[in-house]
Each structure stands twice: as structure tokens, then as C-alpha cells.
Design a protein around this ligand. Structure first.
Ligand code: COA
Ligand code: ZN
Length: 314
């Protein structure tokens, strides 16, 4: 373990997409826009701001077009849209998304549950999206390997298959690759091993890790991946999130908890933790329930200063 490394860690905020997609209470378009604008003001360089999927599959995000058109764009921020197929890509381009994030699972069973198609059909569709986007210098492509560390239907996922999918994405002309632990089945040693293998084929600048905290290993997995050379991580404000088509899914790793860990370890993120905490505390009113992030409840270590009287007198 190399806890002396201080290279920047890039946080891609995914609450507006992964976070809200599973929420039962409808979040008004203007509230989604305010959330994304608030996140932009926290200093994120990347925000996954919505998805362009079937409105029947994910009704909570059916207003993606209006959301993308309504946000106040920060010049330093890349606004990413998740898309499952060419129709989604066309909608995302019309809404001026900066990057399209295609998703396919390593597990055939989860891909059928989530995307209602085989992995082969997904990949064929990605080829169509690559051709659609080719020549548009303003748009970049990323593709996610969902269930990369384990599948709630199939269990263990062959690491060779994950490496091979990452290579296929790159060979197709998709620069960015995300390894997603869809239902929080990864452990730190597995993460270190797989990240090292994938980094033989994908430059660190193009690799993202997407962890869910379903079994409490989220930040441990981040550190293992960071020490193995990964530099970009998805996280959701308040630890919102989850895939509605994966049994037992629960929230992403919590952005403010991740940024707090980085601040305490002097790993730069460029994200303003104080603003983030203020924004996170607005979430229960937005989604209609308590959220599971820790730091928004506890405050930062330095918020305890000046120390209370009883501590000073010890
Ligand atoms: N945006 C909007 N509508 C879309 C769409 C898209 N990207 N893709 C398909 N549709 C519409 C079709 O036009 C069709 O509409 P109609 O019933 O009014 O004619 C309907 O959805 C069914 O289309 P079809 O191509 O047969 O899709 P499907 O029912 O087999 O579902 C997906 C396939 C991929 C569209 C759907 O499973 C999906 O959107 N999955 C995404 C799930 C998700 O976001 N999971 C969490 C993130 S990982
Ligand atoms: Zn996720």
C-alpha cells in the first residue's frame, strides 16, 4: 500500500443519474436542474447529469432532455449522459451532452434484466453509436462494464472476461472505460488485481471505477484501486443510487465521504467539501427520506475546532 501518493483523484458525481434513477418519489425537473447547478458550483470536473433510456424502464429520469437543456453549464465541467442504444445517443446529442456513457454488463443475465438484450446485441448497438458520434469532435465516449466484480444473478465474474470487454471497447473506438461494481460485491484485493490488469490496456486517464457501498467496502475499494493506479471514481451525493434491475442494489459510494477521506489524506480532488455538505443536507427534502452518507451528519474533523471547553481543559 502506498499511502504517500498525493496524485489528484478525480470524482465524477453521479447522483443526478445513478442516484435519482432508483428514487420512488418524483423529483421535479427544476429541482434536478438546481441539484446539478449546485454540484457544478462545488467544483466537479465531471457530472453524470442524467440518462436517455426508455422512460418505461426508468420513469424517474424521463425528463433528461429538459434537464440537460436547463442546466447552467460550467466551462470546466463535462456533463455525461448514460445511454443504452442509438436512440438514447441521438437524444443525448440533441441535448448537447458532452460525453455518452454506454452500459453493458459482464454478466449476460444482468444485461438481459437491465437492457433486455444479450451482450452481443448491446455491443452491436455500441458500434452504431460509435459511427453516429464519429466526426463530432465535441463529444467523447465512455463505456461501462457493469457487474465487473460480481453479479447478483450469476455470482463470480471471470476477470478475463472483464479485461476482454475493456479491450473490445477500446478497439471499437470508445476511449473511456468504467468498471462498475453494480451491487457492491468487490473486495479490495480483487479490485487491486483487476485494476492492475485493466491498466495494461486502458490508460489511467481513461479509466473510471464505479463502486456501490452495498456491503460497506466502498471506500476500501477506492483506496485499493487508487494505490493500483486508478485515478477517476464515480460517487453519489448522500450515497444515493442503485440499479433498479439488480436485486439487492443499494447506494453508490458517498461523494462527501470520499472527498472527506481525500482531504484528510491530502489527496487533491478540487471539490469544495463544505459546499458539498451543505448540498447533501438538502437531499432528504428532495427525495423524501434520510440518506446514508456519514460526513454530512458528523461534519468534518475541522468543524470540531475550536474544540469545546471540556476538551481544551483536559
Ligand atoms: N430513449 C427513449 N425511448 C426509448 C429508448 C431510449 N433510449 N430506447 C427505446 N425506447 C423506446 C422505444 O422507442 C419503444 O417505444 P414504444 O413502446 O413507444 O414504441 C420502447 O422504448 C421499447 O423499445 P425497445 O427497443 O423494444 O426496447 P426494450 O423494451 O427492449 O428495452 C432498453 C431496451 C435498452 C431501451 C431498456 O431496457 C432500457 O432503457 N434500459 C435501461 C435501464 C437502465 O437505465 N438501467 C440503469 C442504468 S445501468
Ligand atoms: Zn451504479
Amino acid at each position: 500500500m502506498n499511502y504517500e501518493c498525493k496524485e489528484p483523484l478525480i470524482v465524477q458525481e453521479v447522483a443526478p443519474r445513478d442516484g435519482l434513477q432508483i428514487e420512488k418519489q418524483w423529483v421535479e425537473t427544476e429541482d434536478k436542474i438546481a441539484l446539478i447547478d449546485g454540484l457544478s458550483a462545488c467544483g466537479f470536473t465531471r457530472i453524470e447529469a442524467g440518462s436517455f433510456v426508455s422512460p418505461k424502464a426508468i420513469p424517474a429520469l424521463r425528463d433528461g432532455d429538459a434537464v440537460f437543456n436547463g442546466i447552467r453549464r460550467s466551462l470546466r465541467t463535462i456533463y455525461v449522459a448514460l445511454v443504452p442504444n442509438v436512440k438514447g445517443a441521438e437524444r443525448a446529442l440533441a441535448a448537447q451532452a458532452d460525453e455518452l456513457n454506454l452500459v453493458m454488463s459482464a454478466s449476460q443475465t444482468h444485461n438481459r434484466a437491465n437492457m433486455r438484450m444479450s451482450c452481443e446485441t448491446s455491443l452491436a448497438g455500441f458500434g452504431d453509436v460509435v459511427r453516429l458520434v464519429r466526426g463530432d469532435a465535441d463529444v467523447t465516449l465512455n463505456a461501462t462494464v457493469a457487474t465487473a466484480f460480481g453479479c447478483p444473478f450469476e455470482g463470480r465474474i471471470d476477470e478475463e472476461r472483464v479485461v476482454s470487454i475493456a479491450r473490445t471497447y477500446r478497439e471499437m473506438g470508445i476511449a473511456g472505460v468504467t468498471l462498475a461494481d453494480t451491487t457492491g460485491m468487490a473486495n479490495p484485493r480483487q479490485v487491486a488485481r483487476l485494476v492492475a490488469r485493466v491498466l495494461e490496456h486502458v490508460p489511467a486517464a481513461d479509466l473510471t471505477l464505479h463502486f456501490h457501498n452495498t456491503r460497506g467496502l466502498g471506500l476500501a475499494n477506492v483506496l485499493a484501486a487508487y494505490d493500483a493506479g486508478a485515478r477517476r471514481f464515480d460517487a453519489a451525493l448522500g450515497s444515493l443510487g442503485g440499479c433498479p434491475f439488480a436485486p439487492g442494489a443499494s447506494g453508490n459510494i458517498c461523494t462527501e465521504d470520499l472527498v472527506n477521506m481525500c482531504d484528510e489524506m491530502e489527496i487533491p480532488t478540487g471539490v469544495d467539501l463544505q459546499k458539498l455538505i451543505v448540498l447533501s443536507r438538502t437531499l432528504p427534502a428532495l427525495v423524501g427520506h434520510e440518506v446514508s452518507g456519514q460526513v454530512a451528519k458528523a461534519g468534518r474533523n475541522c468543524d470540531l475546532h475550536p474544540a469545546p471547553e471540556y476538551v481544551r481543559t483536559i
